[in-house]
Design a protein around this ligand. Structure first.
Ligand SMILES: Nc1ncnc2c1ncn2[C@@H]1O[C@H](COP(=O)(O)OP(=O)(O)O)[C@@H](O)[C@H]1O
Ligand SMILES: Cc1ncc(C[n+]2csc(CCOP(=O)(O)OP(=O)(O)O)c2C)c(N)n1
Ligand SMILES: [Mg+2]
Ligand SMILES: [Mg+2]
Ligand SMILES: [Mg+2]
Length: 354
């Protein structure tokens, strides 16, 4: 059902972005232009005024790649298109402020459906205090394409980057993962059995918590702000492509090895029983599912207890799932039997290799 791009390209999504952009503008030019962090993190960081910097990020959603009629309502698409962008601001420890919305609309999406889309989008904007300040509108031959640019602020010099992981630190997650992918699996399975995608109400239900995680993700703004304010985020990523992929990004950017412990990975009861009923391995969802929008990061070990206390008091989940080690950049996992196995870079990739 999903369109995973052109498999014959010699570079994957991340290799392509590097090939297009690497070495095109000198560090000196970028510094003079006021760029603190350019391409390669969750959001760019550029000079602001009065002790603040601006955060800028954009993410796109494409019909049939990110959603189908059978997986998301119109309002869900609008809500999620903004939420995933807010998440990239959260992943820098920042505060989301403004958004620009570009929509390319196919004949199948006029005009009642777009009204519902905007109802969902504004529900998210209101919830996170984001002002929608502009955008662009075009037609599209076949599929809805939504691109959102989000602007946020952060205390100058404090944005939490991907490259701050150091040996000896602990690896943490601010929530369980795999729920969204579990929900998507159920929604796709249900719609394929249904054929037309209609009469979904009569089909066996997918656990509501999994469906909710997929359709209305919760960006981790509060967790990001706590990590920044307390100085607990040494490195940070939001989990859009899956824990394995995001852990690899931190490992590569920081030049370290992340060692995860299988027994410490959070697994929700709903996901465990859904996967078991389907005869699937829940770990596949947990490590490689994606679209979770919790935060994955590293922290100096001395902060472990204070961090646990603080997150408990705030009612935000927190799991310590491994540690940072010296070594060849990469990700390994200590299995429940005590063996260590490499975790592949697999995750969601729009242009997978081979
Ligand atoms: N077409 C592009 N041109 C320039 N930079 C890009 C392009 N696509 C992505 N990037 C940059 O590459 C980095 C990684 O992007 P992405 O993997 O989408 O981040 P995330 O998963 O946090 O949304 C980001 O810094 C992003 O701004
Ligand atoms: C119909 C459908 N098929 C597959 C997926 C799964 N999926 C699509 S994109 C994606 C990863 C996140 O999207 P991306 O555009 O890579 O976001 P970014 O990493 O840039 O934040 C996943 C897991 C989906 N959401 N819907
Ligand atoms: Mg991100
Ligand atoms: Mg992106
Ligand atoms: Mg993103």
């Amino acid at each position: 059902m999903t369109r995973r791009g052109n498999a014959v390209l010699p570079l994957d999504e991340f290799g392509l972005i590097r090939a297009w952009t690497e070495g095109r503008q000198s560090m000196q030019f970028l510094a003079q232009a006021g760029v603190t962090v350019g391409i390669g993190d969750d959001a760019a960081v550029v000079a602001g005024s009065s002790g603040e910097e601006w955060l800028l990020a954009m993410d796109t959603m494409v019909e049939e790649v990110h959603f189908l009629d059978t997986t998301m309502s119109e309002a869900d698409v609008g809500y999620k298109a903004l939420a995933v962008n807010v998440s990239d601001i959260a992943a820098m420890g920042g505060i989301p402020k403004f958004a620009l919305i570009s929509v390319s609309i196919p004949p199948s999406w006029q005009p009642e459906r777009m009204k519902l889309f905007y109802e969902g989008l504004y529900a998210c904007a209101d919830r996170y205090g984001v002002a929608v300040i502009g955008g662009d509108t075009t037609s599209s031959p076949q599929h809805l394409v939504v691109s959102v640019t989000v602007v946020g602020t952060v205390e100058a010099g404090r944005a939490i980057r991907r490259d701050g992981a150091q040996p000896g630190q602990l690896v943490f997650l601010t929530g369980p993962t795999g729920l969204s992918a579990g929900g998507l699996h159920g929604l796709l399975d249900r719609s394929s059995k249904d054929g037309s995608g209609e009469h979904l109400g009569e089909k066996p239900s997918v656990p509501p918590r999994l469906v909710q995680a997929h359709q209305r993700p919760i960006p981790s703004v509060k967790a990001g702000r706590i990590l920044l304010a307390q100085g607990w985020g040494a490195s940070l990523n939001d989990v859009s492509d899956g824990v394995a992929s995001e852990a690899w990004e931190i490992a590569e950017a920081s030049g370290v090895r992340l060692s995860l412990k299988e027994t410490q990975l959070p697994l929700s009861g709903e996901l465990a029983s859904y996967a078991r009923d389907q005869g699937l391995d829940p770990l596949e969802f947990v490590l490689y599912g994606g679209e979770d929008y919790v935060l994955l990061g590293t922290v100096d070990r001395q902060h472990e207890l204070a961090m646990k206390e603080h997150f408990r008091a705030e009612g935000i989940p927190l799991f310590f799932i491994g540690e940072v080690e010296e070594g060849q950049p990469g990700v390994v996992m200590e299995t429940s039997l005590g063996a260590s196995r490499p975790i592949s870079k697999r995750g969601y990739n729009h242009f997978p290799k081979g």
